[in-house]
Design a protein around this ligand. Sequence first.
Ligand SMILES: *Cc1c(COP(=O)(O)O)cnc(C)c1O
Length: 367
Amino acid sequence: MKELKDLVRPNVWVLKPYSSARDEFHGKASVFLDANENPWNVPYNRYPDPRQARLKERIAKLKGVKADSIFLGNGSDEAIDLIIRAFCEPGADSIVTIAPSYGMYEVAAGVNAVECKEVPLDADFGLDAEVVLAEADDRTKVIFLCSPNNPTGNSLDRGSIYKILRRFEGIVVIDEAYIDFSAYPSLLRELDGFPNLVVLQTLSKAWGAAAIRLGMAFASPEIIAVLDKIKYPYNVSLLTQEKALEILDGEEVMRNRVESILSERERLRYLLINKPFFFKVYPSDANFLLVDVGDATAVYDALLKEGVVVRNRDNVRMCHGCLRITVGSPEENDRLLDALGRVCPPIRLQRIIRLMEEKEDGKEGQA
Ligand SMILES: *Cc1c(COP(=O)(O)O)cnc(C)c1O
C-alpha cells in the first residue's frame, strides 16, 4: 500500500475537523451550558455522543476488533460516500468496481465527479483479479468489491480478493452487507494483515434493522481517523445508537432468523428450478435469489398486479431476463409461489406465440 498521506486528498489530509461542544468537553459535569441545547425534553434535548463510544465498544466485542477500527454511519451508504470523498479528487481520480454489483458505488462516485470504472464479472459472476488490477491505474484510489455480491448473490473467490488486496496500492473496500447469510467467514479477521482493507457491514439485512440506519466500516485506526474527520459531527442519532445497542443484544434472535431465511431460500430455490417453473436460479450466498424467468418485465408486472413486488433486473448487465427475489417469511414466499403459478403460464404461452409469429414473418421475408 502507498503511504496513507499519498492516498488521502491533500485538502482532507490537512483539514482540521469541526470541533463540536461534546468533542471539546471531557470529564464529569452536571450542568451543561456548552451546546446551546434546550434544558427541557430530556433525553432528546442533548446532542448524542459524536464518537458513539458505547455502541462501538459493543460492536468491538461482538466482532472481535478494536473500537478504534470502527466507523459508524447513517447506513453503509454513508461510509461509501465518505470513502470516495476522502480519497478521490473530483475530476481527476477514479474508482474501480465490478459489474453487475451494488449501484451505490457508481452513484456516490458520480455525485463526487469521480470516474467509476466497471470490470464485468465472468459468465458465472466470478471475479478475475487480473482484469480488475489491470483496470486500476495510478489515479485509481479505491477498488470496491461486494461479497456476497448484490444482485448476483454469489461470494467472490477468496484467492482473487487476496490477490487484489496484496497487489493494489490503494484502498480495497469489501462490502459485506450479506455476510451473515454466507457460508464463508468475514474478511474482518484479515484487518491486521492488510492495511488497505476496509470492510463494510450493516444492521440493515441479517439484523433486520434497515429502518434505524446503522452502517459499519472496519479498517485500520488511521483510515478510520480520516473518515471521522470528514463525517457530520452527530451523524448517528441517539435513537439509532440506543436502538442498535438493544438489537445487538439479540444475537441469538438474529441467528435464528438467518437460519429460517436460509432454509426458506433453499425451499424457494428447489421449487423454482423444478416443475412447473423450470427457472434458472443462480447460486446464492445471501438472502435473495437471482432468477432467470425469461420475460422478466412481463412477470414483474404480472406479479405487481398480484400484490407481490420483486426487483426487476432485466436492464442490468448480464442479468437480462432476471428478477431478484428477496427471501421472505414462509407465508410471503408461499404467496410469491402462488402468484407465479398463476401469472407464468399465460406469459409463456404469449412468448411461444410471439416466437412462432416471428418465425412466420422470417419465412415471408425470405420468399
Ligand atoms: C443493502 C446493501 C447495503 C446496505 O446499505 P445500508 O445503507 O447500510 O442500509 C450495502 N451494500 C450492499 C451491497 C447492499 O446490498
